[in-house]
Design a binder for this molecule. Structure first.
Ligand code: FAD
Length: 512
């Protein structure tokens, strides 16, 4: 039997890609070498446009636990600069605190509901590809085996076997700095809250804003009081002796690090309850980006395509949006309606966004490093951030919304993620995000000016909805399944030729 797609890796990105393919009518098989979902401490939040994408699939509520539309965050942090995002209108940055294991749980459940097979304890060890497909070698508890697929996707993390076997280069930076130390402890004796809500440590003149990175001349300190019994404390240091990742972190080592970074000598006592952070040390960082996201019938998504420091939490914003970009294009290819070049547009669109994250994660580390040069640079950067347009640029950079995909449509919404709009349809009030649960392309007529016959040849692939909107930003919009607008007409100017061109460019020839 030949599978349509084998996905290597049942991490969040592989699972979400499986959901996207299944929604588009393709049955992927997901293989993971781990016998059960990993409990490793990784992400503790989602940041950026991905939250709006998950809302488009009805996954925001189960993942965040919050009902209704996602809300932007009033504050965030960039390179240990507090970002006062409430000053922005609109504010593009969304964030949801949620542990990675919960995200994976929700995505796996959704994938299984959609009929996806997830095979655990199954490690991919090799593959060969020819013009018609890929033969995948694996090892599972029953021994060695082979699978055949038309496409293979490596969603197998930063050390991706698929990327290495495909011979795809992974250039970038590996640095022994910074060394991060983190633990979950009782609120330290002597730490006190100021009226402004900052934390003062004994012997240290610098106030620390909870839940955010604060730079001193000797490193970075974070204190996050998750509950009255337990706080997360963390440090980042540069230029120390090489850290041995094999030796477990002790609270004494963390205490010495806090002393070096802040000057405060805090007695650290383990938290009475198990918290999200067991003591952990991470030495250095890797920032790398795959040269190509596609090699014939093999594609890369998520950490297999890019790794970077976790500062600011950009990993899942990048990886899950890769999956949404790839999913519908691969499905279109398999279902036979993809226009020429559609699958190659995956690399063309997503690689530049990987480059943006490469740039800003490196920039954030540089802004946090010790030394008088950095202090001067921070003074300048802080001045620039006090201007709202610069603040907005940094927020859009973090959101991953500062790149406009190429379309040949001049409307300002084209190439951008669709705005969420409050709509009224024949079936009642609805948000735009609620019209895209099924992951199909959508033609949304907001002014009744669109002749439905113009899209008649594409009704097997494209949903058409007419709706009223109090302040329509366009007469009509054409959305891809990943939420991006590829065509829009000005109110009162229907542009049927532009619409047909966009339908053909993105969704192939009309039915005969
Ligand atoms: C400490 C830490 C904190 C982080 N914090 C954040 C954060 O706050 N926000 C954020 O967005 N991101 C964060 N990240 C990054 C985020 O965790 C990753 O971007 C995310 O895990 C990438 O998902 P993925 O599915 O691409 O890869 P992974 O999660 O690495 O999953 C890859 C899967 O592939 C499987 N696999 C590997 N090789 C094979 C093989 N040969 N055969 C079969 N299966 C294989 C693995 O078992 C694994 O299950 C953090 C990362 C770390 C380490």
């Amino acid at each position: 039997m030949v599978n349509d797609v084998v996905i290597v890796g049942a991490g969040p990105v592989g699972l979400f890609l499986a959901c996207e393919l299944a929604l588009a009518g393709v049955r992927p098989e997901v293989l993971d070498r781990l016998p059960a979902r990993s409990g490793a401490q990784k992400a503790n939040g989602l940041v950026g446009q991905v939250i709006r994408l998950l809302d488009h699939r009805g996954l925001h509520q189960p993942i965040s636990g919050a009902p209704g539309a996602p809300q932007p965050v009033p504050r965030f942090v960039f390179g240990a600069f507090p970002l006062e995002l409430h000053r922005l209108d609109p504010n593009p940055l969304y964030a949801v605190p949620v542990p990675q294991h919960r995200i994976e749980e929700v995505l796996e459940q959704r994938a299984r509901e959609l009929g996806v097979t997830v095979r655990r304890g199954c490690e991919v060890t090799g593959f060969t590809q020819d013009p018609s497909g890929v033969t995948v070698d694996y090892q599972d508890p029953d021994g060695e085996g082979q699978l055949h697929a038309r496409y293979l996707v490596g969603a197998d993390g930063g050390r991706s076997t698929v990327r290495k076997l495909a011979g795809i280069g992974f250039p970038g930076v590996t640095s022994p700095d910074p060394v991060s130390r983190i633990a979950h402890v009782r609120p330290p004796e002597g730490a006190r809250l100021t009226e402004d809500g900052d934390v003062l440590l004994p012997g240290c003149p610098i106030p620390f804003r909870p839940f955010t990175h604060t730079r001193t001349e000797h490193g970075v300190f974070v204190l996050a009081p998750f509950n009255p019994e337990a706080v997360m404390v963390a440090t980042m240091e540069w230029g120390g002796p090489p850290a041995d990742e094999e030796t477990p972190l002790t609270l004494d080592e963390l205490r010495a690090s806090i002393r070096r970074v802040t000057g405060a000598d805090l007695e650290l006592v383990p938290a009475p309850t198990a918290g999200p952070f067991t003591p952990r040390r991470q030495a250095g960082h890797n920032t790398r980006l795959a040269e190509r996201y596609r090699q014939g019938r093999v594609l890369l998504v998520g950490d297999a395509a890019h790794v970077h420091a976790a500062t600011g939490g950009p990993g899942l914003n990048l990886g899950l949006q890769d999956a949404a970009n790839l999913g519908w294009k691969l499905a279109a290819e398999l279902r036979g309606w993809a226009p020429p070049g559609l699958l190659d547009s995956y690399h063309r669109e997503r690689h530049p966004i990987g480059e943006r994250v490469f740039m800003h994660s490196q920039a954030q580390l540089a802004l946090m490093a010790p030394g008088p040069g950095t202090t001067a640079l921070r003074a300048l950067f802080g001045e620039l951030l006090s201007h709202e347009d610069n603040l907005g640029r940094i927020a859009a950079l973090m959101a991953g919304s500062d790149i406009r995909y190429d379309t040949d449509c001049p409307h300002p919404l084209a190439g951008r993620f669709a705005p969420d709009l409050a709509l009224s349809t024949a079936n009642g009030p609805v948000r735009l995000a609620e019209l895209t649960r099924g992951g199909r392309p959508l033609l949304l007529d907001l002014t009744g000016g669109q002749d439905p016959d113009h899209a008649a040849g594409w009704t097997d692939r494209v949903d058409a909805v007419a709706a009223d909107c109090a302040e329509p930003p366009a007469g009509a919009l054409l959305l891809r399944p990943d939420g991006y607008v590829v065509w829009a007409s000005a109110v009162g100017e229907p542009d049927p030729d532009g619409l047909r061109r966009a339908l053909r460019t993105w969704f192939g020839d009309p039915r005969a």
